[in-house]
Design a protein around this ligand. Structure first.
Ligand SMILES: [Zn+2]
Length: 291
């Protein structure tokens, strides 16, 4: 049985790109947070299932909820970075991006007390136009990224990207792309998020099983704490598509996640992809003259 990677993008309901026009960043500190209670519910689901996962966490969240970060680490999960405050990688200059990912990693490591080696860009915003982002991730100390979605979508996607792990720009970093399956000659998203709420569970399970069985590849699943929270306040003034994307079937996510945890084997990103992420061998020691 193939072990798949279970991941959570730790952000609050009002921080998603889809609501950005209605909820400006400057208003965030005035909104009652729900991320801590929702993440605790997910932690309890993982605990009952005996599953450890990777939590791609905003630095902004870690700074305001340090006890939550320590609970994630204490339960044996992998702490990873989702950047500082959910600004798209492709909306930043290389310098701004470098500062964002370094600040997030340092804050997470400081609060969590563990090394952070993984990164996921807000809204899968690394694509053909900003391949320089991978070089900045290497410079900031990351060992892998899970930021490319090889699909066509209005908000993200790099349809021509490899569907399996690859080393961008020939560098040391691994990109572990979001999961797709081939359907009718196209890449179809099979990684979770809104599609997990939209599709019937049996259909999603079939697609993931097909990836495991016929391609022999692990899948990468993701969801958000807000996706298990049907009681979250409704944001007013959303266009119809944004409203549908955010609110469809929120009540189904938690029970479906329980089913997914039961029907497949799961683990943290750094363990599922451990064969790729082994540290490069240390350079041979050379005698230093006069030492
Ligand atoms: Zn996000």
């Amino acid at each position: 049985m193939i072990t798949n990677a279970m991941t959570i993008d730790v952000e609050d309901y009002f921080q998603v790109q889809n609501l950005a026009a209605q909820v400006p960043r400057a208003s965030w500190d005035g909104i009652a947070p729900r991320v801590e209670a929702n993440t605790d519910r997910i932690l309890a689901q993982f605990d009952r299932a005996g599953v450890q996962a990777t939590f791609f966490t905003l630095g902004w969240i870690a700074q305001r909820h340090p006890a939550l970060i320590r609970r994630i680490v204490a339960a044996g999960h992998e702490l990873a970075s989702h950047g500082w405050e959910h600004i798209r990688a492709d909306a930043q200059t290389p310098g701004e991006f470098a500062a964002d990912i370094s600040r997030a990693r340092a804050t997470l490591e400081d609060i969590g007390g563990v090394p952070v080696s993984g990164y996921r860009a807000a809204t899968f915003s690394i694509g053909a136009r900003n391949q320089w982002a991978f070089d900045e991730l290497v410079r900031a100390g990351y060992r892998y990224s899970s930021s490319v979605y090889p699909v066509r979508h209005d908000l993200y996607g790099m349809p021509d990207a490899p569907r399996t792990p690859f080393r961008p720009n020939g560098g040391a970093l691994w990109e572990l792309p979001m999961t797709t399956v081939r359907l009718a000659g196209q890449n179809f998203p099979c990684s979770g998020g809104g599609y997990f709420r939209l599709l019937p569970y049996a259909a999603f399970r079939r697609l993931l099983a097909r990836l495991n069985d016929s391609e022999g590849q692990p899948g990468i699943f993701y969801t958000h704490p807000w996706e298990i929270d049907p009681g979250q306040p409704r944001v007013a003034g959303l266009p119809r598509l944004a409203r549908f994307r955010h609110y469809v079937n929120l009540h189904r996510t938690a029970p479906r996640l329980d089913a997914l945890l039961r029907d497949f084997a799961w683990d943290r990103m750094d363990r599922v992809f451990a064969d790729l992420l082994v540290p490069a061998p240390a350079p041979a020691k050379t005698a230093v003259a006069g030492a």
